[in-house]
Ligand binder design. Sequence first.
Ligand SMILES: Nc1ncnc2c1ncn2[C@@H]1O[C@H](COP(=O)(O)OP(=O)(O)OP(=O)(O)O)[C@@H](O)[C@H]1O
Length: 291
Amino acid sequence: MNVEISNLSKTYGASKALNNVSLLFEANKIYGLLGRNGAGKTTLMQILAGQQRQSHGVIKVGGQDPFENGTLLSQISLINESNNFKNNLKIKDVLKIGALFYPNWCTETADKLLADFELDRQMKTKKLSKGMASALGIVIGLASKTKVTIFDEPYIGLDASARYRFYDILLEEYQKEPRTIILSTHLIDEVSNLFEEVIIIDEGEVLLKQNKDALLQLSLQLSGPTKAIDHYTKGKQVIHATEMMGNKTVLLFNDVYDVADLRQRGFQVEETNIQKLMVYLTEKKDVRTHD
Ligand SMILES: Nc1ncnc2c1ncn2[C@@H]1O[C@H](COP(=O)(O)OP(=O)(O)OP(=O)(O)O)[C@@H](O)[C@H]1O
């Protein structure tokens, strides 16, 4: 299911959480939605999942507006850190509700994931630890088999091994049954190998939307004698630089690089990663890249 967003804005009183955002999420791809604290990611995901109304602009999920659209909302799930299961229900009751709400609910998947996360279906949800509540949220998000599945930092409280289990399971489920997955995270290094597409939101605006591999090709880390580096990088886009004892390391962006030539010139060349790009690009404001 495609998600098309055109000129979307959201204001809270005088503050603008989203400003004129236009984006296309294509069906059956995994998107990494990244940005600093307060960038507007959660607001965007909530509007996408029909939990909030935009102030301006248009959002179409599979061609329809999700807000107060019950039929469509049974095809969209948003799992976030504040999954609130603090009530008298048992895990098995929560799963029954999921099965009633989501038409594509898969009991087999739910049972398998419960076992993977070592959750006891008889357990009362108010007794769940933070990590267990996150795991239950993940079970619901994946067993719902919704066409659009959104995870807004779903792993709060999950230890490293449970988080890696989540990443493996997510990929396995996606490969078995592709769907549009939007994953927002601050643990970019851990998750970025799952992304096909990367979107960076900065101060309520789309800073960048790119295929992940293409994005990595656009960037390179280069080290060498300061003079030589300064000479080579003249006129190029340097998004980060550090200098120590006559040597400089720079992160270059938005260019095509001849790695063999750079090595021949005596520079040390290293690949970069999505986390560094997110951090340094959101420090600078002169980049707008759209594919
Ligand atoms: N209910 C609200 N009332 C007022 N302002 C809000 C509300 N929700 C969000 N905001 C503001 O909107 C902006 C975007 O917030 P949002 O939660 O969407 O960011 P985020 O990218 O998800 O941040 P984080 O990574 O910290 O979760 C922030 O300035 C925030 O203070």
